[in-house]
Design a protein around this ligand. Structure first.
Ligand SMILES: *Cc1c(COP(=O)(O)O)cnc(C)c1O
Length: 375
C-alpha cells in the first residue's frame, strides 16, 4: 500500500531555506526591502502589472473588494465552485453575493449566467480560475460593464489567456501562496492591479495609514504624524515570507511544466475509461494545472474516494458549492440554485498533483483509479 500520498504538497529546497535564513539574520523581519522585491518579482509574472503582497489569498480578496469600494447595498456576482473565501470576504464588506452558475465542463463562471445575474447594483464580477484554467475573462469583462472584474487566481499564477498573462487582464487579480497552491510563502497572497485600485489595496493592507504629507489633512501636526482616511487592517506579509516567495518564483516555470506533465499522464491513462470524465482545456487557455479534477460518473464518486483513500492516496473534493455552507443557507440561499455547479461537485475528485510527485507515485494513482473499475 505504501506511504500516504497527499493531494497537494509544497516544494521547498535548500535555496528557499537559505533565502529565509538570510532575512532572519538581517535587520528587517517585516516592512523591509524583501517585500518590495517580492512585489516586483511578482510583476515579472503578470505582464508588469504591479502587486501588493498580503498575508493570505483571503486577505487578498478582502483587500481587492475594499479597493473596489465594495460596501453595504452593493452586489457581487460570483461562482459557487470555489473556496468559500471568494464569497465570504464580499459579505464581510457588507455586499450581497449573487451566485451565477458555472460552465458544465470547465467549472468556471459561465458568462451567460453572470450576465443574467448582473444588475445596476453589481459592483464586482468575481471569476475563479478553477483548477488553474483561466475563466472566460474577455466575455466576463464585457458582462461586467461598469462593474469591476476580479479574477480569483489562487490556482492560476503563471497561466495565460489568449497570450496575455494572468494578472494582466482583470481589473483586480488575487493570488494565494498557501502550501498546496502553485507556489508558497507558507501563508500569503497578493493583489494585482493598476493605478488607484492598487494604491487602495496597498493602504487597506496597512490600516489605511497616510504618510505622504501632501495627502494628509493635518500635515503640520509634526514629523511623527500619520493619519487614517479610510479603515484598513494589518495584512502585511513579512519579509521572512516574501523572501521565500521570491525564491519560489524562480521555479514557477518548472512547477508549471511538471504539473502539466502529470496532468497529461492522468488524462492519457484514463482516456479509455467509461466511468470517468477527464478535464477539458479551452482554445486560448494556457493553464497552470493546480488541481487534477477527475469526474467520477454514475454516482460513484464517494465509492472512488473511499477506495483511493484506503490505498493511501490522498484525494480531495474541490469544492462544495459555496452557498451550501450553512452560513449561506442561514441567509436564505437554497440548494438547486446552480445545477451545473451541484452536478460538478457530485462528480469531482481531485487526484494528487504537485511537482515532487515521482513517476512511480503517478503510476500508483493511475493503477488505483483503474483498479476501481476492475473490482
Ligand atoms: C486557497 C484559495 C483561496 C484562499 O486563499 P488562502 O491563502 O488559503 O487564504 C481563495 N480562493 C481560492 C479559489 C482558493 O483556492
Amino acid at each position: 500500500m505504501g506511504d500516504f500520498l497527499p493531494y497537494g504538497r509544497q516544494s521547498v529546497v535548500d535555496e528557499d531555506v537559505e533565502a529565509v535564513a538570510a532575512v532572519l539574520r538581517g535587520d528587517w523581519l517585516t516592512t523591509g526591502p524583501a517585500v518590495a522585491r517580492f512585489e516586483s518579482d511578482l510583476a515579472g509574472h503578470t505582464g508588469g502589472v504591479p502587486a501588493v503582497a498580503v498575508t493570505s489569498g483571503t486577505a487578498a480578496l478582502h483587500a481587492a473588494y475594499a479597493a473596489a469600494g465594495l460596501r453595504d447595498g452593493d452586489e457581487v456576482v460570483t461562482s459557487p465552485m470555489t473556496f468559500v473565501a471568494t464569497a465570504a470576504t464580499a459579505v464581510l464588506q457588507g455586499a450581497k453575493v449573487v451566485f451565477a452558475d458555472v460552465e458544465a465542463d470547465t467549472a468556471n463562471l459561465d458568462p451567460a449566467a453572470a450576465k443574467a445575474a448582473v444588475t445596476s447594483r453589481t459592483k464586482v464580477v468575481a471569476a475563479v480560475d478553477y483548477a488553474g484554467h483561466p475563466a472566460e475573462l474577455d466575455e466576463l469583462k464585457a458582462v461586467a460593464g461598469d462593474a469591476l472584474l476580479l479574477e480569483d487566481a489562487a490556482h492560476s499564477i503563471g497561466g495565460a489567456w489568449h497570450g496575455r498573462p494572468v494578472g494582466s487582464i482583470a481589473d483586480l487579480t488575487t493570488f494565494s501562496f498557501f502550501p498546496t497552491k502553485n507556489l508558497t510563502t507558507a501563508e500569503g497572497g497578493a493583489v494585482v492591479a493598476a493605478g488607484a485600485l492598487l494604491e487602495r489595496a496597498r493602504a487597506f493592507r496597512n490600516h489605511g495609514l497616510v504618510r505622504d504629507k501632501a495627502a494628509q489633512r493635518y500635515p503640520g501636526e509634526g514629523p511623527w504624524h500619520q493619519e487614517v482616511h479610510e479603515f484598513g487592517l494589518n495584512y502585511r506579509l513579512p519579509d521572512v515570507l516574501c523572501a521565500l516567495g521570491s525564491s519560489q518564483l524562480e521555479r514557477l516555470a518548472s512547477f508549471k511544466r511538471r504539473r502539466a506533465e502529470i496532468h497529461a499522464r492522468y488524462t492519457e491513462a484514463f482516456a479509455d475509461l467509461d466511468g470517468v470524465r477527464t478535464p477539458v482545456c479551452r482554445d486560448g487557455a494556457d493553464p497552470v494545472w493546480h488541481l487534477y479534477a477527475l469526474r467520477v460518473l454514475d454516482g460513484r464518486r464517494r465509492a472512488m474516494f473511499d477506495h483511493l483513500r484506503e490505498l493511501g492516496i490522498g484525494v480531495q473534493v474541490n469544492y462544495i458549492p459555496a452557498y451550501w455552507h450553512p452560513v449561506f443557507e442561514d441567509l436564505g440561499y437554497r440548494r438547486g440554485l446552480c445545477p451545473n455547479a451541484e452536478r460538478f461537485y457530485a462528480e469531482e475528485l481531485s487526484l494528487p498533483l504537485f511537482p515532487a510527485l515521482t513517476e512511480s507515485d503517478v503510476d500508483r494513482v493511475i493503477d488505483g483509479v483503474r483498479a476501481f473499475f476492475r473490482a
